[in-house]
Design a protein around this ligand. Structure first.
Ligand SMILES: [Zn+2]
Length: 284
């Protein structure tokens, strides 16, 4: 007998989910099962739907009925008809059979949670891996019919249809990238202010230095060099001159030399010369 490669376990998304019990290569049939309930959507008017579903569930063998009612969506404070309708809504896959649209619920496949970057999909009662799934990872499918939706419309549809805010890998990446972009925009303000060369109180200049250094680190992390780094270094350089910390200004100049941009070096040297001549004038 082939060992079962999946298991139902607690999911980090809340509730239960399906998990890989061993490494699963792409295009592997993870499991195949017949639906436990099929409802032809065209047969039912929306206003009678819950009652219709409840009647159908009551006709199931008792063990299957119990399994259906254990799926996500049960709410003992509501009527059985409401609960059955909601369980069907939250767990069913829409599928076309002979030109009709059917809602199909599976005992195990319906436990699979959603990801906007799924690693499996459903075809003909089979859950099939679409990517490599490492042992211990959750098996995730895409609930959305349109897989090309961007972050905002995706979240809107998931909320409206399934009542959850997606925190999948793709959505988390989106938020992290967005937050990083916003942070960098805020930090860049200090580069702009530093480049104005305005004389300010020492704590303000120190804050500019700290923020600009963070900005340079983040820009470097993104692998961006060139103008962004140059402008940030120039701002630092000007601030160090304002603070009369020539050793620090010289360090910035040297770091620019390492970047190997001759024109940038000339720019700094010009600023340095301007600074020195003003200092000499003020002393004289
Ligand atoms: Zn998502």
């Amino acid at each position: 007998m082939v060992a079962q490669i999946w298991a139902v376990q607690s999911s980090t998304f809340g509730g239960l989910g399906l998990f890989a019990m061993q490494d699963i290569p792409p295009d592997t049939v993870i499991l195949e099962e017949p639906p436990m309930l099929k409802i032809c959507d065209d047969d039912v008017h929306a206003s009678h739907r819950s009652q219709y579903v409840c009647t159908a569930v009551n006709m199931l063998p008792s063990t299957i009925r119990a399994k259906f009612r254990q799926l996500h969506g049960a709410d003992p404070t509501r009527s059985q008809a409401y609960q059955d309708g909601r369980i069907l809504h939250l767990n069913a896959f829409g599928t076309a059979i002979n030109g009709d649209v059917w809602s199909v619920v599976y005992e195990t496949i319906s436990r699979a949670n959603h990801s906007c970057r799924p690693n499996a999909g459903l075809t003909h009662n089979r859950l099939v891996s679409s990517r490599y799934i490492a042992a211990g990872s959750e098996i995730l499918i895409n609930y959305l019919l349109d897989e090309t939706l961007l972050y905002t419309p995706r979240q809107k549809e998931l909320w409206e249809c399934w009542n959850f805010r997606c925190a999948c890998e793709a959505c988390t990446d989106h938020i992290t990238n967005n937050e990083k972009r916003l942070l960098m925009k805020r930090l860049q303000q200090h580069v702009v202010l530093g480049n104005r060369g305005t004389r300010s109180a020492a704590p303000i200049l120190d804050e500019h230095i700290e923020k600009i250094e963070t900005y340079i680190r983040l820009v470097r992390e993104e692998g961006r060099v060139g103008t962004d780094i140059f402008l940030a270094n120039l701002a630092l350089f000007k601030i160090y001159l304002l603070k009369d910390t020539l050793d620090k200004a010289y360090e910035v100049l040297k770091s620019t030399q390492r970047l190997g941009e001759v024109w940038q070096m000339n720019w700094f040297a010009g600023e340095f010369a301007k600074y020195l001549s003003e200092r000499i004038k003020s002393i004289g």
